[in-house]
Design a protein around this ligand. Structure first.
Ligand code: ZN
Length: 228
């Protein structure tokens, strides 16, 4: 059987873009069928959230802190994702349709990891979809925001490609993890992004709802489900 479909291809299919190769694989792979179904459902769920559109600038505007409810949102969303557990969603502008969407993925054995166990080793990969610089943050189940890449305080250059390894590896720890990749065509400091994510989490938004701050073209989001 051909390799499983990438998160990028799954999202393109969810967005309605035709692909004969992907269709051939999908016809025979229940795992990818389930991944596609979950991405469609997650996208529909997030897009249907009240005031989703009005939140386009909310990350940079900030809001009074309110703790808690996003954790509940995540736990409600999990059964949807349970069969596959990597949920990817991004906005679909013309830019995305023309160049493909940016991606952020955890990789093991050269394949995207959707479900992992504590102690597993994974590496980080991104696809910039035309952007030249990236920053990747992780948000754990307690809402703690950790910069995963780069080590420095500025967005770092990325090579072109749909799945470019960032040459950092991680040991999976208990608790689901949301990955947020921010993509830009200029260098940008990382700390304002961290603060925007922390404001978003404190403002009771699910981490998957964090939107691109000004200066960033796109955000890629994915979720790693960690099973005991
Ligand atoms: Zn497959």
């Amino acid at each position: 059987m051909s390799p499983h479909l990438s998160a990028l291809v799954i999202d393109e299919l969810a967005a309605g873009l035709p692909s004969a190769d992907a269709a051939a694989h999908l016809a025979t792979c229940t795992e990818c069928q389930q991944r596609l179904a979950a991405v469609k459902q997650a996208s529909a769920t997030i897009s249907a959230m009240p005031a989703f559109q009005q939140r386009l600038d909310a990350v940079t505007l900030g809001e009074p802190a309110r703790r808690g409810p996003w954790l509940r949102l995540v736990s409600i969303a999990l059964p949807v994702a349970a069969a596959l557990a990597l949920v990817v969603f991004w906005p679909r502008g013309d830019d995305v349709l023309l160049k493909g969407a940016p991606t952020v993925e955890l990789i093991a054995n050269e394949k995207p990891v959707m479900v992992a166990k504590p102690g597993d080793r994974v590496t980080l990969a991104v696809g910039g979809a035309g952007a030249t610089h990236a920053i990747v943050f992780g948000v754990d189940a307690s809402g703690t925001v950790t910069k995963l890449w780069p080590a420095g305080g500025e967005a770092a250059p990325i090579a072109p490609g749909a799945r470019v390894s960032l040459d950092v590896s991680f040991e999976v720890t208990p608790g689901d993890l949301v990955l947020l990749g921010f993509f830009t065509k200029t260098t940008q400091p990382t700390e304002p992004i961290r603060e925007a994510i922390e404001r978003s989490v404190a403002g009771a938004r699910a981490p998957l709802e964090v939107l691109a701050p000004s200066g960033f073209g796109a955000v890629a989001r994915s979720r790693l489900k960690v099973t005991p």
